[in-house]
Design a protein. Sequence first.
Lengths: 152, 791
Amino acid sequence: MEVTLTVNGADHTLDVPDNALLVELLRERLNLTGTHVGCDTSQCGACVVHMDGRAVKSCTVLAGQADGADVTTIEGIGTADALHPMQEAFRECHALQCGFCTPGMIMAAIDLVQTSDDLDEAAVRDGLEGNLCRCTGYHNIVRAVLSARDNM
Amino acid sequence: MSETGGTGIGASVRRKEDVRFITGAGNYMDDINQPGQTYAVFLRSPHARAKILGIDASGALATPGVVAVFTGADLAADGIGDLPCGWLVKSRDGSDMIQPPHPPIAVERVNYVGEPYGIVIAETLQAARDGAEAVVTDFEDLPAVVDAATATSGDQLHESVPNNRCYDWEFGDQAATEAAFAQAAHVTSLDIVNNRLIPNAMEPRAAIGCYEAASGDYTLYMNSQNPHLERLVLAAFVQVAPESKLRVVSPDVGGGFGSKIFVYAEETAVTWAAGKVRRPVKWVADRSESFLGDCHGRDHVTHAELALADDGEFLGMRVATTANMGAYLSTFASSVPTYLYGTLLAGQYRTPAIYVEVQSVFTNTTPVDAYRGAGRPEATYVVERLVETAARELGMDPAELRRRNFIQPDQFPYETPVALTYDTGDYEASLDRALEHIDYARFAARRAESEALGRKRGIGFSSYIEACGLAPSQVALSLGAGVGLFESAEVRVNVTGSVTVITGSHSHGQGHETTFAQVVSEKLGIPFENVEVVHGDSGRGDYGLGTYGSRSIAVGGSAIVKAADKIIAKGKKIVAHNFETTDDRIDFEDGVFSEQESNRSMEFGEVAFAAYVPANFPLDELEPGLSEKAFYDPGNFTYPAGTHVCEVEIDPETGTVEIVDFVAVDDFGLIINPMIVEGQVHGGLVQGIGQALLEHGVYDESGQLVTGSYMDYCMPRADDVPSFTVDTTVTPCTHNPLGVKGCGEAGAIGATAAVMNAVTDALGVKELAMPATSETVWNALGGSGAASGAA
Ligand code: FES
Ligand code: FES
């Protein structure tokens, strides 16, 4: 099937199998390998991207469902020279170790900050429970999100 | 933690590696592709124990896109050897442990669910999956042995292993221990199950095997914690390719925790298969495969006793453990419940007599090997549950009972009855700091407040010790290790004065690119930005033993210091030549070589340039170039230690345990980057808490893994755990040049006992099985919100 979508501001029309997932389209067709796959049950959040401004698990969205959508991945929110405030906060607060969960965590965290008022520690922990991190123990991720909240 | 500014030792420098990770530019295994690559899917046993009567691959070979199907017989016919265990443990009667055959791809029998018995290679992943579906395998299902505690009386799994017993090991002085128990005023005993854990690094394991027909060279890309060791084992033992023809590259790796140390079936098979199909072969585990195929951790059943005098002095300890090895002996499996466990049973205490017996058994489950802490969490759990229980039974304050038995600062070096020599420590300092942070004095008041609200509050301690910086080769080899455990480093000063450091350690989250650069920048007095750290490629570094056992800074870092010292020594020679004097008259400080009693000096960069532009060097005394290698073999283990205190509150209505406060005070010796060290502690603590409250690898009686996905295996999530109070005390390690001890495993080693001591304190019960889920806790409360008081 043919899918037309915008990814990180660029328009694409791609021919993909009917059962292709959005994450496969991003990684394999557009070479946007910052979006990761950490599970096969939609439980880990390594694959989170924004679709029309909302955080979605791209392993759980068919590429076809993204037809007409505006998708943003980790590669689209900032660059090494101009980091997004959430990226900056993750670095500043040492909110990553191996970095594998990090793109999904950052994308989920941006959505969380944008869609909540009065974000406190408990709300951050609650809001990120769909994203697994095995390295950091979450302590510094929570600190990073709370600090980015004040800069976004 | 104390912190200095700048970028040298002691500064919380922000990490060099982060920019690529936070912008999505990391280079993990699944991000790597090779031209013309094929895709592999493994055929995995659906049975816990079965005979393979026949494999019909014709359907797979007829599937469009399938390139080849191989079975265990194909690898065997090609001379591919068994996956070896690298540590020989001897039984009490002096006989060697029994190592059953472990073909990478099963040939006649399968012994656990998920064991690979074939490999399907195709043009696309989808075609490989379709091909695997089309293979018809005839199994004869056999009854499985699942439970470690009764494994010795179960069906015999391996022809060569009577009673399914791998070894029957003992350690310590049995007679002295019996004598201690005979005069004890009090004996505390516990039955302990150390629950099976599944490591779950977030990046699944993956491998790409490549073969170049013209040269006969193989390249294996994989996410390994020790690429050189992988190469050694695949070359020397499994015989996939000669060492000189095999390069192993381990790029950005998404966590390891032990599970990426071992030599597994999959990378062996894809490397071999690449030579067969003459194209690259790529395999990436999906999470379900990770659950079945990555080595699991822990899984001990233990009876433990502590003998005490009436004033609380520890007299002796007696421990009997059955350790589950799973179906085969994984790479380091035999050492985990023996030399990494029995030797740690002295803990921080002066217990004079200790005796431990360990029998290791085979079952029809995934192999068990080192998982963060590896043996030391199990030892800490035994010791610290015993001590806390003894305090309760004697009506003593658990902190005071520990204090009374601590090894004192003036007793170092301290030789324990279980063969270790602790070099240094101050255990009371960490305990005192922890008591302050948790505000122990007011605990009774907090407990009363909780009680008034109908909640149960408890506090628990864990004063752990670990032997890290693995390992003095001489000691390890004498105890049965098959490899030395030194580390290598190379410091290459480039012509322009920048420095490339090549280390045999591997970073999969630990931040070596930053920490090691801090060390070199400080040693050589050059800007942090000018130091580049390279790791993870057997084609770029001579040799390495990799990262595990909290060894990277203590052993790998020391090797780097040693190489840097050689650079300074060579630099002095060059400067001496330039100034027409002798090198003993040249000093080096802050990046400047200067002549004594003169105002002549040369900057580091000038010396580098001079080394590569060797104007009239006396060539038989002074070679051009400025690049040095070093191998560092530690003189002893390092002994990080500390006290963790956990405070919990339990809702009796639901059995839910909430950690309301957690304090970790650790002594890691000197610290290079406090920010990174704190992060290591946080992550370890959550793995330790996960074991206590959430995680459990469960098999049913037929040997099916019941907890084979994130739906069933409860991983700690952000809302399951608290923020932590983390602090350090410092006694520098006495035998390495940085004074460092290592910090990677401490959290996972200390936390579990602290949590369970707190939970049992809150409930008023002696024993409680891990994980203390709300169901377990609710049942312990009699299922009615009232404590049953029963153990
Ligand atoms: S890959 Fe795990 S939730 Fe998408
Ligand atoms: S940083 Fe490794 S999984 Fe989160």
